[in-house]
Design a protein around this ligand. Sequence first.
Ligand SMILES: [Zn+2]
Length: 272
Amino acid sequence: MLSSRTSRISVGIACLAAAFAGATVSASAADSDATDAPTYQEFKASTYVDVDGAYVVNGDEVISNDGALKKFYEQMVKPKSQKDGLIVNRVNGADDKWSSSQALNLTYCVSTKFGSRHGDIVNAMNAGAALWENATSRVNFVYVSSQNSNCNTRNSSVLFSVEPVNTTQYIARAFFPSTPKRQRNVLVDDSIWSSGNWEPGDILGHELGHALGFRHEHTRPEAGTCFEDNNWRPLTPYDSKSIMHYPQCNGSSSDLEFQASDAEGIRALYGS
Ligand SMILES: [Zn+2]
């Protein structure tokens, strides 16, 4: 199943295929009886540990520590309930989003460690941010180039950092508003430049969607696959073309482009 699905994916998505394998663990755990679900130890052992010691789940989302990973696992193996209707992450029953003042000042730097690709990353971040910014007047990403030479999660002059990573686990990964500052970065692998018809600006647009609080659209039951967990709340009707929907999870768009439903979703969460 994994191979037939991944074989339809265009060139350069090998690392997303790896990311997708993680999603499959979730899907099979959730779709099967509890007896078929992996134990927590098995799940933990199969979970990728990133450069900062954080766990990467659902392909490109980060979890800070063992306690949070355990909570994530418990939610994941709970029987799935039918929910309908972009989706926002929920933490302790509340929307995982920025305050209205912070949402207008989402500051970031782009590490000079990107070297000759630095300008290209700056442009792709601009393009990805613009997708969301053009849909609402309530969200504004602010590029702080003066922090580029010290661009990491310890830099308190920016809300988050954009840094290079060298991994086969994913193309890029991000964080949620609730993620502690120490893990609040967007990590980007060089494969972003060879990801078939997924444009770098759209890939980073997807990651910034997580940074704004949005979950993968394909965890909704309508996708019929790639279920992650139920810690989310619907903002719009299901859209299999959403920028937050992996095309390889029964998506109906192959290019990760921003959709009208995504614009509607951000306005539902942050206002217009
Ligand atoms: Zn994602």
